[in-house]
Design a protein around this ligand. Structure first.
Ligand SMILES: Nc1ncnc2c1ncn2[C@@H]1O[C@H](COP(=O)(O)OP(=O)(O)OP(=O)(O)O)[C@@H](O)[C@H]1O
Ligand SMILES: [Mg+2]
Length: 686
């Protein structure tokens, strides 16, 4: 897609009149009042973002909000309609694009080491200075030279010039490259690994401002964890786009969020941002509810007395007040349109869907599988899990027929055809087509309104369907490719990391489509939530073996945990994922549920605590219900009372009623909210 994985350039503007060295948090870049639109579509107005050294910013927002575009504006690759981007003096920038491809020729290690051109240049100029210093006669000149020399050396050291090679190796290893692969030609790596090389180059260069667009898309869990640590201790400024919550929580210090065409900034982790946002939203909702209540109340009055000449003044007054409230009505952010769509059913197949017998597959000396036997049946929704490099993608490719086994066979059952979804699906879209045009190619016999409905279910609304593929954002492309796959689905879906690029709403769409899928699914995903939601069987791939766990993900975790504790392996208890587990001898038959005494005690305690909590919740729920019913009744009485004329003739009664009304309008929503919360708690606990 792009010729270079990243570009580094010197900044085009220099902040005038300030020295940043003396500040504790030196400013590195300032994007000031940026506005941007494409055609009539406004992405954002007045977006301001100040990036300081040592700050790690997450840039978040739904697919298509303009995150990639903002990074490009900061890089100077895309121009802003309004506003400016400025940098501190001598700032270096590094940018990892959402999709990137590598040049040809060098080994992986060379490619990485050679990318540190700045260090190389610095090295040369230091050598030149040394020569000049040795030959210098003039004392003033010498002092100047020495000072420059000192600066250059500091910078050389700061950029890690002395341990370039060692650092390059550490970074490659951190991102999951086996040492044997350091010397492999860079262009022989698969797309995902090329992206890691690009990332390694960037990290080695150590720019003052690091811009990363969805860096975790091609990384497995271990590499993600390594990258988290790398970023968390980065001394420059980092601005990264991500949809991965736990990744952001592990490494960001600030959040910039694109919502409703504005950029909001928060200090803190991603979770604390979510909480702040939720709190703000809560306040807005409460205010809006109060406004609506007031309007409804006054309108009742207006309705009642509209034609009573004696009340003309009060009616007028209320009409004005309603108008005023309406003009100040709190605008709540749009709730996302969760659209239900029943996806077409795939053709029915025989019981046995795929059978692998005695499959062996090696890459050079790397033996991935030997004599693998595995059978999948109709209706299986399988997740492939296991450590990095164990061969999950290879297994999927063997099943898809993208790779051929060295020995053995992969056979499909009766009427089985498969669709294979991986990164390449995005690249297979024709950039010149419109979204609708891409659909037409696969949706034979569909009317255009049916196509629009399917696209709508994949969150393409209105004019979106007329957009060209070439301008789609990463998430939009992924959604389109997935929609194409589900128009007339094959009975066997093979999915390798389908949630890459997708925002939360899009993952929900995918989840719903797959959950009800009547055919067979084999899925690789680092998104545990998706794995939990759709899989009814787990295949654990490690040590050249694949072991089937005939149950859902929690059953699998439980079984693995058991296996590992029996092996006495403490790392196996990691809650985050089984991938961390040290390899253990796979167990082919599931044994009895043998629990240790501690486990049993812990479980019993947890159960007790839960039932205590549940009882307390139940009690409170009863109290709330007891308070709520009379309050609601009284509220209704007051509403009726306020609609009668007498009330307005008796100022005491009127004041009394208004006071009561005001207090009830506060109390009822609180009670209602608590009631909902408690009921939810009860349901969860049940
Ligand atoms: N040249 C262009 N002409 C018209 N529309 C464009 C152009 N470039 C981008 N867009 C649109 O602008 C919006 C923002 O795109 P951008 O790639 O910045 O989104 P994003 O926030 O990075 O999304 P994602 O999370 O999917 O990567 C998208 O709806 C995209 O279709
Ligand atoms: Mg993007």
């Amino acid at each position: 897609m792009h010729a270079h994985a990243f570009r580094v350039r010197m900044p085009c503007a220099i902040m005038a009149g300030r020295t940043y060295e003396i500040l504790e948090n030196p400013l590195i870049a300032l994007a000031d009042k940026i506005s941007k639109s494409f055609g009539g579509n406004v992405l954002y107005a007045d977006a301001t973002l100040q990036l300081n050294a040592g700050e790690r910013w997450a840039l978040v927002g739904p697919n298509g909000a303009g995150k990639t575009t903002l990074l490009k504006i900061i890089m100077g690759e895309e121009s802003a309609d309004e506003g400016s981007v400025t940098f501190a003096k001598d700032t270096t920038l590094g940018y990892l694009e959402q999709e990137s491809v590598l040049g040809k020729g060098k080994t992986a290690l060379q490619e990485v080491v050679d990318s540190a051109t700045e260090i190389r240049d610095l090295e040369q100029s230091i050598a030149r200075m040394e020569e000049q210093i040795a030959n210098c006669e003039d004392e003033n000149e010498l002092a100047r030279l020495l000072e420059r020399y000192g600066h250059a050396q500091d910078r050389f050291e700061r950029l890690g010039g002395y341990e370039l090679d060692a650092r390059a190796k550490a970074i490659l290893a951190g991102l999951g490259f086996p040492i044997a692969d350091f010397q492999k030609p860079a262009d022989e790596f698969s797309g995902g690994w090329q992206m890691r090389i690009a990332l390694s180059k960037l990290l080695l260069r150590h720019p003052d401002l690091l811009l990363l667009d969805e860096p975790t898309n091609h990384l497995d869990l271990e590499s993600v964890q390594w990258l988290e640590q790398f970023i968390a201790s980065y001394d420059g400024a980092v601005l990264l786009v991500s949809h991965d919550r736990s990744f952001m929580d592990a490494c960001v210090s600030h959040v910039a969020s694109l919502e409703n065409k504005r950029l909001y900034t928060y200090a803190g982790t991603y979770s604390s941002y979510l909480k702040q946002r939720e709190d703000n939203l809560e306040q807005l909702r409460a205010k809006r509810a109060a406004q609506e209540r007031d309007i409804a109340h006054m309108e009742t009055f207006i309705e009642k007395f509209r034609y009573k000449p004696t009340k003309a003044k009060q009616v007028q007054e209320r009409v004005k007040r309603v108008e005023k409230i309406r003009s100040e009505l709190v605008v709540l952010p749009q709730a996302h349109q969760a659209m239900r769509f029943s996806f077409p059913k795939p053709p029915r197949t025989g019981d046995k869907v795929v059978e692998l017998s005695k499959v062996s597959k090696s890459f050079g000396s790397n033996r991935v599988y030997q004599g693998l036997d595995l059978t999948f049946y109709r209706g299986d929704h399988i997740a492939l899990v296991g450590p990095n490099g164990a061969g999950k993608s290879t297994l999927l490719k063997l099943i898809a027929g993208v790779l051929r086994p060295d020995r053995g066979s992969v056979e499909y059952g009766k009427s089985v055809t498969s669709a294979y979804y991986a990164q390449h699906q995005l690249e297979a879209l024709n950039p010149a087509n419109t979204v609708m045009g891409e659909m037409d190619a696969v949706a034979a016999g569909w009317t255009s309104s049916e196509e629009r409905r399917l696209l709508g279910a994949f969150l393409f609304h209105g004019d979106d369907v007329l957009k060209r593929v070439s301008v789609l954002s990463g998430g939009e492309r992924a959604r389109l490719a997935l929609a194409k796959m589900l128009v007339a689905p094959d009975p066997l879906l093979l999915l390798d990391e389908p949630t890459n690029h997708l925002d939360i709403d899009s993952v929900d769409v995918l989840e719903n489509a797959l959950k009800d899928f009547a055919g067979t699914i084999i899925l690789i995903s680092h998104d545990e939530h998706l794995v939990r939601a759709i899989s009814n069987k787990i295949v654990d791939v490690r040590d050249h073996h694949a072991v089937i766990y005939d149950g859902d993900y929690d059953y699998y975790l439980y079984k693995r945990g058991e296996l590992e504790s029996r092996e006495g392996d403490p790392t196996g208890t990691s809650a985050r994922a089984p991938q961390n587990a040290a390899p253990v001898e796979p167990q082919r038959t599931q044994g009895r549920n043998v629990k240790t005494k501690e486990q049993r005690r812990a479980e019993a305690e947890a159960r007790n605590a839960q039932s205590r909590a549940l009882r307390a919740t139940k009690r409170r729920l009863e109290e709330v219900e007891a308070a709520l019913a009379p309050a609601q009744k009284r509220y209704q009485e007051l509403m009726d009372l306020m609609a009668t004329e007498e009330l307005y003739n008796d100022s005491n009664a009127f004041d009394q009623a208004m006071r009561e009304y005001a207090s009830l309008s506060k109390k009822i929503p609180l009670l209602e909210e608590e009631w909902i919360e408690l009921t939810e708690k009860m349901e969860e606990g049940a």
